[in-house]
Design a protein around this ligand. Sequence first.
Ligand SMILES: [Zn+2]
Length: 419
Amino acid sequence: MGPGGTCFSTTETSPLTKLLPPQICGDEFQAVLLQESKANSPSVVKPDVAHRLFNWLSWGPPPSSKCYAALHTCFPGAVPGSVVVKRSISALEPYEMTGENTIYGQSICPDEINNEVGDLATLLQDHWGEGFPMGGISGVPFVGRTGFKAFSHHVPDSGSIFILFGPHIAIANDGEIGKYARLGQNESSSACGAVLAAYNSCSNETEPMDLQQHFERQTSWLDMQQDFLRHKIGERLEEIRSAEQPLGKLASVAYDLVREKVEGIINNDFGPGHLVLLGGIQINMPSPCEDHFQPLMFRVMQKNKAPVDLLPTFSHAQFNGSREVQCSDLFNWLTWAPASNSKCELSLRQHFSGAVPGQVILLRTSLALKRLGVLPENSLYGQSICPDEINNENGDLATCMKTYWGSCFPMGGISGAHS
Ligand SMILES: [Zn+2]
């Protein structure tokens, strides 16, 4: 498919080339990636063609960076939040779950960096509807069985439930795990602050905390969630300390805490519909990357039926090692483009060589303009396109542009010609 479908190199000689997908395959490119990884990374991470594309879309860090190495060493299989949204929605199509018949719940840490525009939780809420927050600090569902019972009683008749759960941890530009540069602060701070504080507190204690005694003394009622974390992390302190990447292991232990409690409070007693659990570790990334997510559970459950494991939905391993992989295959995997060699794709390639998905245009133009200081805060957006409603649907280029740039001055009449 021209630039969208074949292997070619990117030469940034004109603004237009910034819109064209990078060369993502071939032995030469793989060799360059491997060389970069060896030169700059603390440990060699296998080059990945999908990661290269994610970086080009400004979702992921450069494959040669320390941030990339830390991300994929500690959290193998992690993908940008947008990928999780696209792939999970696509995988659930056979189950006929919609925003109308499904309620959404989440058990994630309330930290505001998990709830920004474009974050996984926000994108899932955009699709499934506003959520029932089940998580306390760290993401553990402190609402308990009573909270889940209340939530599940809100499901529409014969409807379904979708739950996102997991802890979060940050990675800084230099690859340091647990550090995040928050808006308006000169110094980076901890994320997840609660989990790291619990770990540090346990590390400094001479004896593990006896939670029973602690509660009996009634000194802890003002900090119950943190006491729970300290107690539970304390039980696995040696395992965390002795790990090659202790903070990566800490995030994994925090995931276990969240998962165990989620599995302990949920049930399918609410009706014949589906209960979908999407669990993993959220990774807060430095700008301009998207926050990532390491998927560890994607399960569909239904009363009196065996659960269905959909976790392979997120694997893009099939694109590695293939000399034939094309950008259009990855765009299709992201549900952005028709399948390679389908009649639709062949027609698109034949008549509109170089066509790329609308989201690619937005991501690449906004990134290029940001570098020139052209930002939504100092710019107005206008468009001269045909008013046909099929040009203005959710996810269309014009809609994405309006969301990014702000309100729009419509200049186009029918056909798109401005009057
Ligand atoms: Zn947190």
